[in-house]
Design a protein around this ligand. Structure first.
Ligand code: ADP
Ligand code: 3PG
Ligand code: MG
Length: 401
């Protein structure tokens, strides 16, 4: 990507409007994972240390878009950012375009940070509305996109705002730059063998990624619930496992494509199964190949874990999107943990390893391997769309380096 980054802009005394993605998970009034905030720090600090004023805008969750809703407030993010930065973060009002917000932006001095309230309290944000964007555009002398997790969205703050700021510097932040560097390079010029691990809840979510990666990867390892649609397409008994019936034809197409291509697409050869979709109450059994009626596959079995680990061990580039099982529940966590560990070992042996997807990143954190991988993406949908080979308008329209 030859886009200008924030380091190339003289920000001294300027209002730098930074679109961040502070859409962090919150439980019981607490942020459970602040990675998206921490990963935005290099950009924010670069602006502050050079005498710029950081004006931050973000969305949080999916509110109705008809005004303030407390459970979608960015106040928690403002507090966390202030704590990490060790300085106050102005959080002026409950509306990003009201007089209070405008006054806080106007009052900001070099080195100050302002975070405005959730953009999605206005329907106009999701609609990409130019009139709303024009108001936000007034807050900045420079526009920065550092919201990698939102880069696939054509929301007002991602597209209409930088368009409204044409003529002013419009650049990417360090997080967006790093994410795209890792994800794009892994796909375009992978050191080989290039192994892709795909899993997660729905095959329909990952079909585009499989199709795009098949001609590029050496091996694709498929686990998680999505594997069962493929196994059903091969005529295997999958019991009550999650199968997307309307995707069986697509799954057959992929299996046929695989026969004609160099890539090998591998599916689980054994399964940890339960009679119920519950953590504790079902009968748990491991089945090879055919799953007994009344049981559903909730994790890859030990043979599959070993088989996948051996392949991962030899890889030089690994992209991982989607857990191998219901890793949130202890009886079905081992498959994801073992695959994660194998990817960590490959990293130590010199492979470039990238994890994308919110739940996969959460799994990497949970199993303590996030720090042992080359890159853990802050993007869910955005990293998946990169794996599908899609382009982002929000990035394309930034200034060329
Ligand atoms: P990511 O966010 O990493 O892209 P997904 O959202 O696609 O991942 O899928 C994650 C979810 O898939 C997890 O919540 C996990 O419990 C679920 N999952 C994985 N394997 C299975 C399975 N065999 N049956 C049901 N759900 C599964
Ligand atoms: C995400 O969490 O994937 C991003 O913040 C985008 O959120 P959205 O899916 O609600 O647009
Ligand atoms: Mg997910």
């Amino acid at each position: 990507m030859s886009k200008k980054n924030i380091a190339s802009v003289d920000v001294s005394g300027k209002r730098v409007l930074i679109r961040v993605d502070f859409n962090v998970p919150v439980e019981d009034g607490k942020i459970t994972d602040d990675r998206r905030i921490r990963e935005a720090l290099p950009t924010i600090q670069s602006v502050l240390s050079r005498g710029g004023k950081a004006i931050l805008i973000s969305h949080m969750g999916r509110p109705e878009g008809v005004g303030f809703e407390p459970e979608f407030s960015l106040k928690l993010a403002a507090d966390r950012l202030a704590q990490i930065l060790g300085k106050p973060v102005a959080f002026p009002s409950n509306d990003c375009t009201d007089a209070g917000a405008a006054a806080a932006v106007a009052a900001a001095k070099p080195g100050d940070v302002v975070l405005l309230e959730n953009l999605r309290f206005h329907k106009a944000e999701k609609k990409g509305d130019p009139a709303f964007a024009a108001k936000l555009a007034l807050y900045g002398d420079v526009y920065v996109n550092d919201a990698f997790g939102t880069c696939h969205r054509p929301d007002a703050s991602m597209v209409a705002v930088p368009k409204a700021m044409a003529g002013k510097p419009r650049v990417c932040g360090f997080l967006v730059e790093k994410e795209i560097k890792f994800l794009a390079a892994a796909i375009a010029k992978p050191a080989r063998p290039f192994v892709v691990v795909l899993g997660g809840a729905k095959v329909s979510d990952k079909m585009g990624a499989i199709e795009h990666l098949m001609p590029l990867a050496d091996t694709i390892l498929v686990g998680g619930a999505m594997a069962y649609t493929f196994l059903a397409a091969q005529g295997k008994n999958v019991g009550t496992s999650r199968v997307e019936k309307d995707r069986i034809a697509d799954a057959k197409k992929i299996i046929d494509m695989d026969k004609k291509m160099k890539v090998e697409v591998l599916f689980p050869v054994d399964h940890v199964c339960s009679t119920q979709f519950e953590e504790k109450s079902g009968d748990i059994e491991v089945f090879d190949d055919e799953i007994k009626d009344g049981f559903m596959g909730l994790d890859i079995g030990p043979k599959t874990q070993t088989k996948f680990a051996i392949i991962l061990q030899k890889a030089k580039t690994i992209v991982w999107n989607g857990p191998m099982g219901v890793f949130e529940w202890a009886p079905f966590a081992t498959g994801t943990q073992q695959v994660g560990k194998a990817i960590a070992r490959a990293t130590a042996a010199g492979a470039t390893t990238i994890v994308g997807g919110g739940d996969s990143a959460a799994a990497a954190e949970k199993f303590g391997i996030a720090d042992q991988l080359s890159h853990v993406s802050t993007g869910g949908g955005a990293s998946l769309e990169m794996l599908e080979g899609k382009k982002f308008e929000s990035v394309d329209l930034l200034d060329q380096a």
